[in-house]
Design a protein around this ligand. Structure first.
Ligand code: B4P
Length: 190
């Protein structure tokens, strides 16, 4: 199985590149951001609680997202592989993911980490905020909070995969197609 973690700060291109990777490698896409937004739209109790956190740029509790991913893995027995987009975002989530995959006799193949400077992240997210309708995309202080939380709690997850020899750093500024080509070359030379 090909199991990819697509990693990077908010606005680094995870969702954008996931769409292209899924098409090329026929993987099942598991985006915790997308799943949470679907829960918010459906106004489930989980979604109502998640919205208060997401709108402030905070992370949703580990146990909530770990359960979501566990359910999605169970629903996709026949997958050729998975692309984890926006998950794991903490070391506890990374450890839980390793255990879930181990229970299914598989593991993460590689972590692809998109590297983008903060000002570019802010510009991209504000631009998307003009039509995304996402409250967390429209306010500079919320975007800065998301980036600060990334630096404080999420960036360290790269070290977790580095220790396993699975981290690949990808320059994430430039054309979407050029970045996609770098991602594919990292996957195929893995
Ligand atoms: P996510 O949905 O994961 O949102 P994101 O970090 O903003 O990344 P996204 O994938 O959407 O953006 P992309 O970089 O593709 O998370 C949202 C929130 O949900 C989190 O803040 C958190 O509260 C919660 N959450 C999610 N997962 C969680 C977890 N595991 N644990 C706890 N909480 C969790 O694209 C950004 C923009 O850049 C787009 O408009 C795109 O068009 C543009 N872009 C992309 N590539 C570009 C390029 N090369 N050049 C120019 N623009 C580009």
């Amino acid at each position: 199985m090909l199991n990819l973690v697509l990693f990077g700060p908010p606005g680094s291109g995870k969702g954008t590149q996931s769409a292209k990777l899924i098409e090329k490698y026929q993987l099942v896409h598991l985006s915790t951001g997308d799943i949470l937004r679907a829960e918010i739209k459906a106004q489930t109790p989980l979604g109502i609680d998640a919205k208060t956190r997401i709108d402030k740029g905070e992370l949703v509790p580990d146990e909530v997202v770990i359960n979501m991913i566990s359910n999605k893995l169970d629903q996709n027995h026949d997958a050729k592989g998975f692309i984890f987009d926006g998950f794991p975002r903490t070391t506890a989530q990374a450890e839980a993911l390793d255990n879930l995959l181990k229970g299914k006799g598989t593991s993460i193949s590689v972590m692809l980490a998109l590297d983008v400077d903060d000002q570019e992240l802010i510009n991209r997210i504000l631009l998307r905020g003009k039509d995304s309708g996402r409250a967390d995309d429209q306010d500079l202080s919320i975007i800065e909070n998301r980036i600060a939380i990334y630096n404080r709690e999420t960036a360290v997850v790269a070290d977790y995969y580095k220790a396993q020899g699975k981290l690949r750093l990808i320059h994430g500024v430039g054309s979407i197609d050029d970045i996609f080509a770098s991602l594919c070359s990292s996957i195929e030379n893995n």
